[in-house]
Design a protein around this ligand. Structure first.
Ligand code: ATP
Ligand code: ZN
Length: 302
């Protein structure tokens, strides 16, 4: 814990992250962003030749899609919804009065059609399903989005609004599990190129509640999720900087994703936690990129 607070303080002092008064909600300096941009170009160098279709969604998604995704069943504690004032002038008067009196003015806010995107791939599945059957070679998509998760923390690697770069693959079981394995190998190579030591381990999502514990155990037993871990604030508890997820045909069934022959698509996604990777680089190589080892600078900036 102390390590996390002191690293966060050092990031604030160096101006790399900017305190907003809310845990896990930070501004980023130009230098911090430059590291993320450089790392994204490295991702492009490894993945660019695969011919993925690039799509960028905003950090909010259609609430109806979100509801259908089942996110509230598995991760209600992390979700963020967008609410707005939808009243008349009279309602506005009572809103102002309530705010002046320091009351809870948020109770009257109404849910809009938008929720905050919880993972970059969530808006993709319904989008692809709407297009009809996938082509014979399957589907490959390159995504990047700010994501929201309500998990306030003093660990700078656990933010509430952070960016995820993702590749998502749709096809047969063999096709998507090969894709996942390829990115596990590439992830290790990429981190090696920027001087970070990693380990890959089986993992689970933070499913809610007692029923969730069973889902988490099942996910582990079936090797559905792996994480690439890098020490950021603790050597004993390294931070998940990438994840490699095989969804079997769960999203294919939920969204009606079909292959050319009409069978249900299997899907897999690999996610890069961009802030976490930048933080791992700053933690390992120092807070000033000018002092980073030459081979790391070369891998990032050429
Ligand atoms: P964790 O186990 O650390 O909570 P997760 O398993 O929920 O992470 P995923 O859902 O797999 O994470 O998200 C993909 C990637 O996004 C993670 O590997 C990580 O790098 C990044 N990420 C997830 N949550 C956060 C967060 N709160 N702040 C910053 N990055 C995050
Ligand atoms: Zn995903």
């Amino acid at each position: 814990m102390d390590m996390q607070v002191s690293f966060l303080d050092r990031l604030f002092e160096a101006g790399l992250l900017i305190d907003t008064g809310v845990e896990g909600l930070y501004g980023r300096s130009g230098q911090f962003e430059d590291v993320i941009a450089a790392f994204e170009r490295l991702i492009d160098r490894f993945g660019g030749a695969d011919g993925a279709e690039a799509i960028r969604f905003p950090p909010g998604m259609n609430r109806a899609y979100f509801e259908k995704s089942g996110y509230m069943k598995s991760f209600p504690q992390l979700a963020g919804t967008v609410h707005s004032f939808c009243g008349c002038e009279l309602d506005h008067v009572s809103l102002m009065k309530c705010m002046d009196e320091g009351g809870d003015w948020t109770g009257e806010q109404k849910a809009t059609d938008i929720v905050l995107t919880p993972a970059a791939c969530y808006p993709l599945y319904p989008t692809v399903a709407k297009r009809g059957r996938l082509p014979a070679e399957g589907g490959l998509y390159d995504l990047q989005s700010y994501c929201f998760r309500h998990e306030p923390s003093t660990d700078p690697a656990r933010q509430q609004l952070f960016r995820m770069r993702e590749y998502v693959c749709m096809g047969t079981q063999d096709h998507v599990t090969d894709f996942r394995q390829r990115w596990m190998d590439r992830g290790v190579q990429m981190m090696d190129a920027v001087g970070l030591t990693v380990e890959i381990d089986v993992a689970n999502d933070p499913f809610f509640g007692r029923a969730g514990r069973m889902l988490a155990n099942n996910q582990r037993d079936q090797n559905l999720k792996f994480e690439l871990l890098i020490p950021v604030t603790s050597a004993a508890k390294p931070t998940a900087c990438m994840s490699f997820n095989y969804h079997q045909d769960a999203f294919g069934t939920k969204w009606g994703l079909e292959l050319e022959d009409g069978s249900t698509a299997h899907t897999a996604c690999v996610g890069f936690g961009l802030e976490r990777i930048a933080l791992a680089l700053f933690a390992h190589h120092g807070l000033d990129v000018k002092d980073w080892p030459a081979h790391v600078r070369k891998a990032l900036w050429g």
